[in-house]
Design a binder for this molecule. Sequence first.
Ligand code: PLP
Length: 371
Amino acid sequence: MKQLISSKVNRIDSSQIQKAYKLSSILKNPIDLSIGVPFGNTPQSVKNAAIKAVKNNLTRYTPPQGIDELIVGLFKELKTKDKLLIKNKGCIVVTPGVTVGLLLVFLALFEKDDEIIIFDPYFPIYLQLCNILGIKYRLVSTYPDFQIDIQKLMTAITSKTKAILINSPNNPTGAIYENEVLTKIAEIAEKHNLILISDEIYKDFAYSKTQISIGSIYENTVTLNGFSKSFAMSGFRVGYIAGPEEIANGIKKIAPYIYFSNPSISQHAALKALETDNSSIIKEHKKRHDLAIKLLSPKFKINGGEGAFYLFLQAPNGKGDEFIELAAKKNLILLPGSLFSQKKTHFRLSYATSLENLKRGIEIINSLVKL
Ligand code: PLP
């Protein structure tokens, strides 16, 4: 009898996320500090643009690389704000979210024996995409301070390394990499002829540090970003890739066979988002960031946490999985560090929730920590 499903499926490790879902599914009206989407609603102007697109019958297929107005708008923004070294609008591809963007980049870049360097803790999709596609990855730990140790990075580079994947502000640690470190990484990439893949989806959520886009100092960088977090638009599914034209062209060749067209209505909404001020969204998250740090600092040493909307904290006795079970018994949902890491010592808290919920959740966390 032939196997019903391919080996690709069996290579996906979903055990940690299933454990977390199972734990939370038995709770009634829990305090949820596991959320990966920003607090608050999509800006009204963006919602209006989506409604207008429907009314105007902008409801058909679009070019796979995205509608031209959005690409032109993105090019202008990425050149002026992020100062990316991209040459023309042909270097940009709109994707159905950064998730699909990552899939396309991986498909476009990697041959069978190529290796990618990923920092641990990581956004789980990075590893699972590698597993699905059969890409070899090398993990470089950023514990305990969640900054990149250049020496450790250098030891991970082999003759097979093709790319380094960076994510700053980081999910799950909230760390923002120092500009000097990014400069060093760019130098290393240049020396070893590597491609940098930079997931900047939390770029706007930087509270106590500002950060350059590494694509502004190193040309062979593929930058990924999107509207899910910055404009609370995760359901619209709009992201984009910006990088060297040759890579963008490769991605454009693959894209039609993966998704044919980006969602039309969402792209018109994203076009409006480009001219919308999102500072109130960021301000609300800074408020929560400051409150979480203030309330947790007496009991936890906080590493990272300068951006995004997460804190990655070491559980008492380094038992992260146990800690989230204890929290669940008190009706609080957190995510286990083991979902984001080879280590099981930490847990992730998201402060993208109401101030009231955040205070109640942190009270429970602190009550579980005996100093
Ligand atoms: N990259 C990181 C680091 C994320 O945390 C997320 C979502 O949580 C994504 C990418 C996915 O973004 P999108 O909604 O654009 O697919």
